[in-house]
Design a protein around this ligand. Structure first.
Ligand code: SF4
Length: 230
């Protein structure tokens, strides 16, 4: 948390602020702001770039063609869409679906950061370059582009929280490209593997912390070591 930012400490305040926001010029052309949706105790948070036309019309994230592909990829990986929280870096649609500008991303950042602080996700999945760059900036790690960064997991300290970050491509990039589609589907299977490992480790730890496996006389490091709260 930076000293200059004042974060929202309740979902109700946060969503009300987004719905009435005029902090950047995107409010002038939006039909509906799109705060995000999903359980407020979700373990996994998906972050995309910005709402598109269908999202702007419905006020919900990832409900257009790219959103349908994301839902299919989630289902294929065994992750119910209803179990994850989904939002975007900016909450209002940029005209003609252009990329959000740096000053718009900065103006909207307090909302994304507040969402991360309220949700406390164990895993953040970034969809595409804009989301990857923003989340890595929050985690103080250099972003080298989605092509180089995807396919691996990174443990970042974001706003004081330890979070496993898994970058992947934006589903819009996979809509008409079968090889990109395979990448998206495989990356989300990876998310499921990591989620399962975290859940198993947490179950073991809460049941009997001393029963954690030992390797060579030392406790084996697991994902819990990286994701447990400080
Ligand atoms: S994009 Fe974000 S900062 Fe800009 S008007 Fe919408 S909610 Fe406000």
């Amino acid at each position: 948390m930076t000293a200059t930012k004042s974060y929202y400490t309740s979902w109700e305040e946060l969503e009300a602020a987004i719905r009435s926001c005029s902090r950047c010029p995107l409010h002038k052309s939006r039909r509906n702001p799109v705060p995000g949706e999903g359980p407020r105790n979700a373990e996994v948070m998906f972050i995309g770039e910005a709402p598109g036309a269908t999202e702007d019309e419905m006020g919900r994230p990832f409900v257009g063609a790219a959103g349908k592909l994301l839902t299919m990829a989630l289902e294929s990986a065994g992750i119910p869409r209803s179990s994850v929280y989904i939002t975007n870096v900016v909450k209002c649609r940029p005209p003609s679906n252009r990329e959000p500008r740096p000053e718009e991303i900065e103006a909207c950042s307090v909302f994304l950061e507040s969402q991360i602080l309220l949700l406390k996700p164990r895993i953040i999945v970034t969809l595409g370059n804009v989301a990857g760059k923003k989340v890595f900036e929050l985690g103080n790690l250099r972003w080298s582009g989605v092509t180089k960064m995807r396919g691996r997991l990174y443990t970042l300290s974001i706003l004081g929280l330890k979070v496993v970050v898994i970058p992947t491509i934006h589903p819009a990039a996979a809509l008409y490209n079968p090889s990109m589609r395979d990448i998206l589907f495989n990356d989300l299977k990876n998310v499921k593997r990591v989620l399962d490992e975290i859940s198993q480790t947490l179950t073991v730890a809460s049941g009997d912390e001393l029963s954690a496996p030992e390797q060579g006389g030392r406790k084996a490091k697991s994902l819990l070591d990286y994701v447990k709260r400080g």
